[in-house]
Design a protein. Structure first.
Length: 75
């Protein structure tokens, strides 16, 4: 293997390790943290600002479980 190819493989390996680290490390750093989305925080903020607010739109289909909802969001 030539030197340029080895260097490319090394850089790719390091980048893959960085991505894995960025994915896994937060679970160890914040062990008891709740990983929530912005939707819930926005709804809480709206309720504080305007307690009587009623949403003008609702979804026409509700996924059967939160796991299905997460899967569809990820796709």
């Amino acid at each position: 293997m030539d030197k340029k190819k080895k260097r490319g493989l090394l850089i790719n390996g390091i980048l893959i390790l960085i991505v894995i680290g960025l994915t896994v490390v937060p679970f160890f750093v914040a062990k008891n943290a709740e990983f929530g989305g912005a939707d819930g925080k926005a709804a809480d903020a709206i309720q504080k600002i305007a307690p009587g607010y009623k949403p003008w739109y609702s979804s026409f289909w509700k996924p059967p479980s939160s796991e299905v909802e997460c899967l569809l969001f990820a796709l």
